[in-house]
Ligand binder design. Structure first.
Ligand SMILES: NC(=O)C1=CN([C@@H]2O[C@H](COP(=O)(O)OP(=O)(O)OC[C@H]3O[C@@H](n4cnc5c(N)ncnc54)[C@H](OP(=O)(O)O)[C@@H]3O)[C@@H](O)[C@H]2O)C=CC1
Ligand SMILES: O=C(O)[C@@H]1CCC=N1
Length: 273
């Protein structure tokens, strides 16, 4: 990784991306992080990852050394953060926002600068280099800025370039997606325990079922429908289980989950005004 970057916001998402970047060989000297007021968190980031933080340096010093500034605070904190940041920016610095909802136009208007803005929607699987990140070119950005974002986020998983309008849906699908899978894991574990299996056995089996299925998806060209059919013997156990899933409307539940998350992302954008 040849880019030097400052994360504004030192929370879960910043940590997931930073961990992924460091694991793939990005030098710790190229990463800085700052937050609003929680110095303990910065001390933790400095101690754990060896990256530069602004409790012992001025924000200006960190920003001056950075080609890329990554916005990673909650949407509700965006405008206060930008208000503080804008006087520290140089006009050619690339801003990458990982925030749900906030549009590049809103960010640009609040900054009142011509800085190029890219939006990225990663997920927490960045921690293990497995994020599915959507990237969109925003206000003042060109292909070279998209390429920089692709370079950064491809170090922590896959990248897919989409139109900015589609980022709401990408957020509802891929940003939030790991939580849906974890919820399914929890439900399967609870089901197994309630039907009589010991908790330890249920945990071990369910986790490996998910990991095994994910590996199959990753390592074969076959689509998931075909993989599902290979598990399903006519008149057998899987057919009975799948029938129950259809009868209890799993596809509808997942459609509603992605839809509601997408709507929430759209609402977050409106709340910025
Ligand atoms: N978590 C996830 O799975 C994903 C999250 N995102 C997006 O990432 C963003 C961050 O989420 P997450 O990491 O979970 O949030 P966290 O609450 O874990 O972290 C937010 C961070 O922002 C800092 N902050 C708040 N206000 C300011 C400010 N004015 N200036 C500088 N830093 C500030 C906080 O500092 P302090 O503690 O000092 O207040 C804190 O370090 C959100 O916008 C979310 O939409 C995107 C994809 C996935
Ligand atoms: O829940 C959220 O709002 C953030 C955005 C995507 C994942 N987490």
């Amino acid at each position: 990784m040849k880019h030097t970057m400052t994360f504004i916001g030192a929370g879960n998402m910043a940590e997931a991306i930073i961990t992924g970047l460091l694991n793939t060989g990005c030098p710790k000297e190229r990463i800085f992080v700052t937050n609003k007021s929680n110095n303990e968190r910065l001390i933790y980031m400095n101690n754990n990852y060896g990256i530069g933080v602004n409790y012992d340096r001025q924000l200006q010093e960190l920003i001056d050394q950075s080609e890329v500034v990554i916005l990673a605070m909650k949407p509700k904190d965006l405008f206060a953060a930008l208000d503080h940041l804008k006087s520290h920016l140089k006009s050619d610095q690339l801003i990458i926002s990982v925030l749900a909802g906030a549009s590049s136009k809103q960010i640009s208007e609040c900054l009142g600068t011509k800085n190029p803005i890219i939006r990225a929607m990663p997920n927490t699987s960045a921690t293990v280099g497995q994020s599915a990140t959507g990237i969109a070119r925003g206000v003042n950005a060109d292909d070279s800025h998209v390429r920089i974002a692709e370079e950064i986020f491809s170090a922590i998983g896959t990248t897919t370039v989409v139109d900015e309008d589609d980022l709401h849906l990408v957020t509802g699908l891929a940003g939030s997606g790991p939580a849906y899978i974890y919820r399914i894991v929890e439900s399967l574990e609870q089901a197994a325990v309630s039907l009589g299996l010991k908790e330890e056995a249920a945990k071990a089996l369910v986790r490996q079922v998910i990991i095994g299925a994910a590996e199959m998806l990753k390592n074969s060209d076959v689509d998931p429908g075909e993989l599902r059919r290979k598990v399903t013997s006519p008149g057998g156990t899987t057919a009975a289980g799948l029938r129950a899933l259809e009868n209890h409307q799993l596809p509808k539940a997942l459609l509603e989950a992605v839809k509601e998350a997408t709507i929430r992302s759209q609402e977050l954008e409106k709340q910025q005004y």
